[in-house]
Ligand binder design. Structure first.
Ligand SMILES: [Zn+2]
Length: 64
């Protein structure tokens, strides 16, 4: 699982997004940026935002 927190990217927004993989994460971040921030993310912004996300796989013990 991937976790993205809008605050980590320097936004005052407290929204958090969780996704199953990088592609899902990018889609969810993109949807969030458009819906909440009115931003259409470009590739540079998106790769930066994805780089601020955390990989929470290490915490999933025995999960499906
Ligand atoms: Zn946000």
């Amino acid at each position: 699982m991937k976790e993205f927190d809008c605050r980590t990217a320097g936004s005052p927004c407290h929204a958090a997004v969780t996704a199953t993989d990088d592609r899902d994460l990018q889609q969810q971040i993109s949807a969030h940026l458009k819906a909440v921030h009115g931003i259409e993310p470009n590739e540079t912004l998106m790769s930066y935002l994805v780089s601020t996300s955390r990989d929470s796989a290490a915490r999933e013990k025995g999960g499906a």
